[in-house]
Design a protein around this ligand. Structure first.
Ligand code: PLP
Length: 353
């Protein structure tokens, strides 16, 4: 009997975990091991991370992306400092003030752009303004970029390098929210090192939960001297797992044999299939370029109704400037099948009858 078609395209968080990750958890369950990260699997993870990024790194597993982002930013900005981000960034809109809380009050400042990506020019302008205000304004300290962005776009390597080098010249450090880092690397076809520290990223939130893990993310600092402070902050924040082997087991399995990239490539391929199919329907246009596993399309209201009537789950999103039609967001994942996508396309097609 074939599996029922997936109806829920709201997020890549609605997925289960990859069988490889579940098997690794079961294997890690045996026996007693040292707690709080002193176990053999956590040591394997340290080595794997250094291999993956082609240099020594500090890697600190945590269970949520919000924890990874807020901890990462807490070592980059002090309470009277500024962190620049896109206004739609997860850190700005979806973390209930965790970055402000963990930094002790640093201010997030949104820099709008049409495609979810920041540019060196707007960063320079914002920093220039801040410095002109002297003691009255928060001091520029960091910029955070989402890769892939909240609008499904991906920074190319050259624009990323340009943004990071502008940030460093301005005296800022760079954080990357990589909740969908795998999807971005799959899109770019480059090494994880090229996609991060070689481009100028200082600290990465390495996501895994959306792409095959059960609940595992990690803060990766490319300056290992940040490890001690991050370790203290993680403990103080209540995010140091006593049974760390279970976080490490997920991340090791996620990296083993390239599962993370295989999963992400598949999710991106499914997004392409969905985007190509849905934009072939009359009146449907892309609201943002599809470069990872999120699809934003401006659609006729009848299509929204047809999909809802067929039981499909997806979000309606604020349309970008100049778009009058409703915008629907669909997210594909590592376990989305071609049949799932075709089922959605067939239901969408009924919206035009
Ligand atoms: C861009 C981005 N960053 C971070 C996260 C992590 O969020 P959570 O704290 O729910 O794991 C998400 C999840 O939706 C996300 O989309």
């Amino acid at each position: 009997m074939s599996a029922p078609l997936r109806l829920d395209f709201t997020s890549d968080n609605v997925t289960g975990a990859s069988p490889e990750v579940l098997a690794a958890l079961a294997a890690a369950n045996a026996g007693t091991v040292a707690s709080y990260g002193a176990d053999p699997l956590s040591e394997v993870l340290m080595r794997r991370a250094a291999e993956l990024f082609e240099r020594p790194v500090a890697i600190l597993p945590v269970a949520t992306g919000t924890a990874a982002n807020a901890l990462a930013l807490s070592v980059l900005a002090r309470p009277f400092e500024a962190i620049y981000c896109h206004p739609a960034a997860h850190v700005m809109t979806d973390e209930c003030g965790a970055p402000e809380f963990y930094t002790g009050g640093a201010k997030l400042i949104g820099l709008p752009s049409v495609d979810g990506r920041l540019t060196p020019g707007q960063l320079a302008e914002a920093v220039g303004f801040a410095r002109g205000m002297g003691v009255h304004h928060v001091r520029p300290a960091a910029v955070t970029v989402s890769q892939a962005s909240e609008w499904g776009t991906v920074y190319g390597l050259a624009p990323l390098r340009a943004l990071c080098s502008a940030a460093h010249e301005l005296g800022l450090r760079v954080h990357m929210d990589g909740a969908r880092f795998a999807n971005a690397v799959a899109r770019l076809g480059c090494s994880p090192a090229d996609a991060t520290w070689r481009a100028g990223v200082d600290v990465l939130s390495f996501g895994a939960s959306k792409n095959g893990a059960l609940a595992a993310e990690a803060v990766v600092a490319f300056d290992p001297s940040l490890a001690a402070e991050l370790g203290l902050r993680r403990k103080r924040a209540g995010h140091l797992w006593s049974k760390m082997r279970f976080l490490s087991a997920q991340l090791v399995a996620y990296l083993d044999g390239g599962l993370w990239l295989r999963n992400a490539r598949h999710a991106n391929d499914m997004a392409r299939r969905l985007a190509d199919g849905i934009t072939a329907l009359p009146g449907v246009t892309l609201a943002h370029a599809v470069e990872a596993n999120e699809i934003f399309v401006a659609v006729p209201p009848t299509l929204i109704g047809a999909l809802r009537a067929a039981g499909y789950g997806f979000y309606e999103w604020p349309p970008p400037a100049g778009v009058a039609a409703p915008v629907a967001r669909f997210v594909t994942a590592f376990d989305t099948t071609a049949a799932d996508v075709d089922g959605l396309l067939a239901a969408a097609g009924l919206g035009h009858r």
